[in-house]
Design a protein around this ligand. Structure first.
Ligand code: GDP
Ligand code: MG
Length: 727
């Protein structure tokens, strides 16, 4: 005879567990107590095809956190006795509320079958539930039952046995996203638990981290007796709790519950109820969603919201941006006054101030944009956008879970590809994950935005918001088309069903918005002060050394002396102006010769022979090469390149004006560069993150195919544009 199997019956109180238990086991049962507690324990068995199956009727619970003795008993039984499967008996009259427990079983990872019980009452009330759909979305078998008459019990056992055979490879916990405030900490805590090996042989590590965040007393006391790990976890919980309190006016436990219900809501919204009964209570969030996620009004409103956000960003952000620009101009003037011309002055003005200032100058604009994003996120609207986008993504072979990575990476401009790439972890199908990883870097991240803003403002000034709007649309379109191509060629494969969390709408608090905005802006500014500073100095060195050979700089010096020697005894103002201009022209030629002579200049010039096809001169090449290290560097390097190679009238004029004045630049050049920056290789840090999430092979593939695509599209636009429109 084969080994005995055991199956646990779980569910909310009064869902019909005991009735089902009786129906299954008949008289073959015994009643006792769980050790040490007064909770009643019923066990029984039945035979199927000569195989003995033990059935345990667990106490009724609403949750699996150690709030009550019943919950603790149910959980301990599952963890310690390790039954092969749980049958979760659900009162189908209130499906959503009952699914809350089911989701927790799924998060634990124990194999499960759902019994939709009380179907007789459901049918009577006029409700219709699409169980096939429910099963497909949750990825769990679902059986309709009426425990009182025994209907469905045969099927229930058969499906349970089939599921046990299928799930032999162990527990597979479901991972729900708990939003931008909880997710990062959860990830950190999970890693900590895993590395420390804290209870990992009995519980899934992410589940343990979740229990800590939910304030589970039992798990916490286990942590305390384990020593250091316990206090480290408690510290992390305390930090995030404080954070959630000030930003969202909530606690992690409540947020986690919200997202679980959100997950359930997004399942049931996808046509699980073919017909809702009359008595179903409709929440305010659901009412709002009827409009905001409506098939037609939803997408329209979404586009309106995004467009409004861009317009606001520009109109509000422009003012403080002017102040910043003025400040850095003033700073370089003062530095030039204080320090004599030479390498040190050039390092400070062209390297440090141009580099760091170029990045910091965009802080005000980016802050306004981050404020908008924080509002969308905190209000719960962001999740709805993802929910609506799922219908679109599906067509292109992506998954609803790809939406969050896309949005985080800059699907609404201003994100960062690195968390986007890491966010792709929530995708369970490796192929959909890979397609997401490879297309996420197309999003306009916060570091690319300054390039768009600079060129948009300089060459498309009356419609900068529109430029950014179209860049967003263009980036999405590219990402989707590329995803579709990848999914139909190198990473072909099946689509998997989608479930996403829809947390209830709530009015963001002012303080929460400020903190979320500040956190992101600070990340951006901090990067400017550290990584970007270092890269700026490195690039400045490449653009300065080797310096011009002595003979050449002497030749320029002689030209200057020659001009000055022509000065008459008593020059009038006109002559002085002329001579000044001649000197400036010589300085200009010298600076350009020096830049060309430098390492960066040589590389840029060498590439020019074919980048010219896309309209990029050697200076642009230098900037774009810098962008491989970090996209923030593009604008600052361009600034340095133009500041170094150009000492014309006002050497502290803004880069935008400088470019507009340059004969090489026009709308078409700007457009070509915008497109290239939109599409070309992800920055170095993103590439490393991608390699970690997939493999170096795919990371390198990404660098190459994006750069080739970018160059091809830019060249096409530049060539065709130049042919048909005179810019
Ligand atoms: P438990 O708390 O989960 O063990 O629930 P019980 O098995 O004690 O059932 C609670 C009540 O629901 C009892 O009155 C049962 O007769 C009733 N009940 C159980 N299953 C069904 C069903 O499928 N249909 C109907 N109409 N009532 C049921
Ligand atoms: Mg009971």
């Amino acid at each position: 005879m084969k080994k005995t199997l055991s199956i646990a019956l779980a569910g909310n109180p009064n869902a019909g567990k005991t009735t089902m238990f009786n129906a299954l086991t008949g008289a073959r049962q015994s009643v006792g107590n769980y050790p040490g507690v007064t909770v009643e324990k019923r066990e029984g068995y039945l035979h199927v095809n000569g195989r003995k199956i033990n059935i345990v009727d667990l106490p009724g619970t609403y949750s699996l956190t150690a709030y009550s003795q019943e919950e603790l008993v149910a959980r301990d039984y599952l963890i310690n006795e390790r039954p092969q499967l749980v049958i979760d008996i659900i009162d189908a009259n209130s499906l959503e509320r009952n699914l809350y427990l089911a989701v927790q079983f799924m998060e634990m990872g124990i194999p499960m079958v759902l019994a939709l019980n009380m179907m007789d009452e459901v049918r009577k009330s006029g409700k219709k539930i699409d169980t096939r759909k429910l099963s497909q979305l949750l990825g769990v078998p679902v059986v309709e039952t009426v425990a009182r008459s025994g209907e469905g019990k045969q099927a229930l056992i058969e499906i349970a046995l089939a599921e046990i055979r299928e799930q032999e490879d162990g527990w597979r916990p479901l991972e729900i996203s708990y939003g931008p405030d909880i997710d990062p900490v959860l990830q950190e805590m999970t890693a900590l638990i895993q590395n420390a090996g804290f209870l990992t042989d009995t519980y899934p590590s992410r589940w343990l981290a979740l229990k800590y965040l939910e304030g589970d007393v039992q798990i916490k006391s286990l942590g305390t007796s384990a020593g250091e790990i316990g206090s480290a976890l408690e510290d992390m919980v305390q930090r995030v709790t404080e954070h959630c309190r000030v930003t969202l006016d909530s606690i992690p436990e409540a947020i986690i519950a919200d997202y679980r219900y959100g997950y359930i809501a997004s399942v049931t919204k996808q046509g699980v109820f073919i017909q809702r009964g009359h008595q179903e209570r409709i929440h305010l969030s659901d009412k709002i969603d009827r409009i905001l996620t409506h098939r037609f009004t939803g997408p329209l409103l979404m586009i309106g919201v995004l467009y409004g956000m861009f317009v606001a960003t520009f109109t509000v952000g422009e003012i403080p941006m002017g102040w910043f620009e003025a400040f850095f101009t003033w700073l370089s003037e003062k530095t030039m006054e204080a320090i004599p011309p030479g390498l040190l002055q050039s390092l400070l003005v062209d390297g440090v101030i141009a580099g760091v200032g170029g990045v910091l100058g965009f802080v005000p604009l980016i802050m306004v944009m981050f404020l908008g994003i924080a509002f969308l996120e905190d209000s719960g609207y962001m999740a709805r956008m993802a929910y609506m986008m799922d219908r679109v993504l599906r067509i292109f072979g992506l998954h609803g879970c790809s939406v969050m990575p896309f949005i985080v990476a800059g699907g609404i401009p201003g994100g960062c590809a690195v968390p986007g790439v890491m966010g792709a972890r929530t995708l369970r199908s490796p192929k959909e994950k890979l397609a997401t990883l490879l297309t996420v870097p197309f999003m306009p991240c916060g570091a690319k935005v300054p390039v768009f803003l600079l060129l948009g403002a300089a060459f498309f000034e009356e419609s900068a918001a529109t430029v950014l709007f179209w860049i967003t649309i263009g980036s999405w379109a590219t990402a989707l088309v590329v995803a579709w191509v990848l999914r139909n060629t190198v990473i072909r494969g099946e689509a998997t069903p989608f479930v996403m969390e829809l947390p209830p709408y709530r009015l963001p608090t002012f303080k929460g918005l400020c903190i979320h905005t500040w956190e992101r802006a600070w990340q951006y500014a901090k990067k400017a002060g550290t990584v970007i500073l270092a890269i700026s100095i490195l690039i400045w060195s490449c653009m300065t050394f080797p310096t011009l050979p002595r003979e050449q700089s002497q030749a320029f010096e002689m030209q200057r002396t020659a001009v000055l020697s022509r000065t008459p005894e008593n020059p009038d103002a006109e002559i002085i102006r002329q001579i000044d201009n001649e000197i400036l022209a010589i300085d200009n030629r010298e600076a350009e010769a020096a830049l060309r002579h430098s390492y960066a200049g040589r590389l840029g010039t060498a590439l020019e022979s074919f980048t010219r096809l896309a309209g990029f001169d050697w200076r642009t090449n230098i900037a774009l090469l810098g962008g491989f290290a970090a996209k923030e560097v593009i604008v600052s390097t361009l600034g340095t390149a133009y500041a170094m190679g150009d000492v014309a009238p006002d050497s502290s004029e803004s880069l935008g004006n400088r470019l507009r004045r340059d004969p090489h630049w026009n709308r078409l050049t700007a457009l070509s560069m915008i497109i290239f920056v939109m599409l070309y290789a992800p920055c170095f840090v993103t590439v490393v993150a991608m390699a970690r999430e997939s493999s170096w092979k795919w990371a390198l593939f990404s660098v190459i195919y994006t750069t080739l695509t970018a160059f091809a599209v830019s060249t096409a636009v530049y060539q065709i544009g130049g042919r048909f429109f005179s810019p």
